[in-house]
Design a binder for this molecule. Structure first.
Ligand SMILES: [Zn+2]
Length: 237
C-alpha cells in the first residue's frame, strides 16, 4: 500500500526517496497528485507544506480540466466538470466516503475506490435523480400538450433521447439529464406529442408548434450540446 495524504478532500500519493532533498508536488497526466519527499520527512511537515501549495494545486487541476479535450468518455479526475441540468459541477475524489458517488449541490463526490466503476455510479445517479425530476417536469408540460403518459421511466435508450411506448409510457435516456432544462423540455414535449400522434406526420409537427413555439431552436441546441457532453455522441438523435 502506498502512503497517502488527504488534505482539503484531495488525495496525495506520497513518494519518498533518499535522493530527494526538498519537497515537490506534481500533477500527473491522469490528474493524480504526487507529493515527492525526502526519506525522513515528518508527516506534519508534509501536511504543512502541502497546505501552503493548495491554491497552486487547485489552479493546476482546473486548468488541466479546462484544457482537456471534451471527449465522449470522462477521466474521473478531481476538478473535472460533470453536467446536471445544463450546469457544470466539479468532481472531487474522496479517499473515504460513505457512498460511492454523491452530489452535495456543489460537487460530485466520488470515492477513490469506486473510480474504476465510476460510469456505472454516474449512470445510476442520473437514473435516480432523473426519475424524480422528469416525472415532475412531464406533469407540468403534459398540460401544454394535453397528453398524459401512463408512466415515466428513465433508462439507457442507447442513441435515442426519448421514446414513447405503445402502452402510453414515456421513456427518457439518463444521458439527457446533462442537458439544460429548455432542451430537456423539447424532448419531453416531443414524446408527449407522440401520445397524440405516433408518427412524424404533419399533425405531429402541428402539435409541437402549438405546444412549444421555439422547439426547432431547442432541437438544434440539443444536437450541438450532445457533442461536448459526456456519454453523448453526435450520432444521437
Ligand atoms: Zn419522434
Amino acid at each position: 500500500m502506498s502512503e497517502t495524504l488527504t488534505i482539503d478532500r484531495l488525495v496525495f500519493e506520497v513518494r519518498r526517496s533518499p535522493r530527494r532533498k526538498t519537497l515537490g508536488l506534481t500533477v500527473d497526466r491522469g490528474g493524480e497528485l504526487v507529493l515527492h519527499a525526502p526519506d525522513g520527512s515528518a508527516s506534519d511537515e508534509l501536511v504543512r507544506w502541502t497546505k501552503s501549495k493548495l491554491l497552486w494545486v487547485h489552479r493546476k487541476l482546473l486548468s488541466r480540466a479546462a484544457l482537456a479535450p471534451q471527449l465522449a468518455e470522462p477521466a474521473f479526475v478531481s476538478g473535472e466538470n460533470f453536467t446536471f441540468l445544463g450546469r457544470n459541477y466539479r468532481l472531487k475524489l474522496l479517499r473515504d466516503a460513505a457512498a460511492a458517488l454523491e452530489f452535495d449541490g456543489t460537487y460530485f463526490l466520488l470515492c477513490v475506490s469506486a473510480r474504476a466503476e465510476a460510469t456505472k455510479h454516474f449512470k445510476a445517479w442520473y437514473v435516480r435523480k432523473g426519475r424524480e425530476w422528469l416525472s415532475r417536469r412531464v406533469q407540468l408540460l403534459s398540460r401544454k400538450v394535453t397528453a398524459t403518459p401512463s408512466r415515466v421511466s428513465v433508462r439507457d435508450l442507447g442513441h435515442r433521447w426519448g421514446s414513447c411506448g405503445k402502452n402510453g409510457a414515456l421513456y427518457f435516456n439518463w444521458r439527457l439529464l446533462q442537458m439544460p432544462t429548455r432542451v430537456i423540455d423539447y424532448v419531453i414535449v416531443h414524446e408527449l406529442a407522440h401520445l397524440r400522434e405516433p408518427h412524424h406526420a404533419p399533425a405531429f409537427w402541428r402539435i409541437l408548434d402549438g405546444s412549444l413555439h421555439d422547439w426547432r431552436l431547442r432541437a438544434e441546441e440539443l444536437k450541438v450540446k450532445a457533442r461536448d457532453i459526456y456519454w453523448c455522441h453526435d450520432r444521437m438523435r
